[in-house]
Ligand binder design. Sequence first.
Ligand SMILES: [Zn+2]
Length: 501
Amino acid sequence: MFAANMKTEMAHRAICMFLLVLEVNVAGANPAHWQQLAEQELHKALNRKWNTNKAHNVILFIGDGMGGPTVTATRILRGQTQGGRGEETVLEFEKFPNVGYSKTYSEDRQTTDSAATATALLCGEKTNYRLIGLSDQARDGQCASQQGNEIPCAFEWFRADGRSVGMVTTARITHATPAAAYAKSVSRNWEVDGDMVGVTGGCTDIASQLIYNNSHVKVILGGGRQFFLGRNHSDPEMNNTNSAKQRLDGVNLINVWKEDKMRKNFDAEYVWNNAQFDAVDPSKTDFLLGLFEPSHMQYDLDRDNGPQGEPSLAAMTQKAIRMLQKDTNGFFLLVEGGRIDHAHHENNAKRALYDGLAFEDAVKIATEMTDERDTLIIVTADHAHVFNIAGYPARGNNIFGIVDIDEDLNGPYFTTLLYGNGPGYDAGNRTDVKTTDTTDKNYIQAAAAPRIEDSHGGQDVGIYARGPMAHLIHGVHEQHYIAHVMTYAACVADNKVDVTL
Ligand SMILES: [Zn+2]
């Protein structure tokens, strides 16, 4: 394959040689640079090879709310934090050989939420807004519509094939995206029993589903501790008081988890801060549960990295891979950068993009720890946001700055980063951004329409893939197709056929 490609490339280059000579040095400040950059890309494209191995391991990275402009702005920020102008930077997942677009609409909404999109990504079917792990026959908030409409999802597929599974997120572990990997619910809001008062029909909360129905999950790392403690239990980070969000039924689900593992003679560790997390030796631990905050984990910009603080997404991803790599049958890992979305909802671009950097760090660790011959890594977003990069700023202009050049300005200056709606709306009385520090981490960017929080965006999002069968990501895809690429590559679920034969 490689030799044939080389031959084609060389033959074609001979034909083009005259043209290339003419093209060099035509215009621009540094034409040789652009020429070289394009040559490198061309060479890489011509020598692409299909990896048709079976995926022993699959890692799905979901940047929650990481639409196209978020990726572009994160890329520029990465470059600027490294002293460059920024635009030329290539993020780790942008180095992946296969890229496509994902159409994120759900069965019932043009622009949808993380529950419906996570169900598409992790269960392989499009469904309705707010549903988790259920087909489009179920109805939002109607417990009676759950029965018979449950779909098998990622953790079930890989478990049925004897592989280990785990998940890592910076959001609550019961939040919509991770929940689709292991739970079934007609409402994404039913994370805890206290939010289901009056519900009849036998539906159970997402936290208890995680503990009682998913005892096989090897690694669970994220936030959301409040839903695992009864209201009679004190939270270690709340000065030994408790939160009104804790469980009505008074059950300490963390103890239920520990007792289950003890009864089965497993080495299990429960941790809730950095010091405890760092002390966990993956080689000696069979099961790991880490719940680092009562609700979501901190934004990366605000995170305390000390012993009483909490681990980065990259540190959690690293430990999860170490734990799961012990399984000779292979593994499935879900990693969510859960709070890119939350900061966007607040029109707070700086926190969103720094969480984007933390997400990229996690992807980098995963690429370093795995072999692309046997591990399929897919990086995507569940949906976009109404977030944009505006104006005609100069090359290298601070990504959090004010558009510095605008020949067509008709009113006050504005920032490069803007939102379509959200709390940054100011009824058209835009203040002069030149009197504000727009690079401050608490700066709220302007929004065109009023909304309590910004909405998701309906535009397509990127899919980046490397490893076995990554070439199946190659065009404009329906979002739920991504799940089928994972099951096909790994030969699980409906695809238990050895593709290497
Ligand atoms: Zn959201």
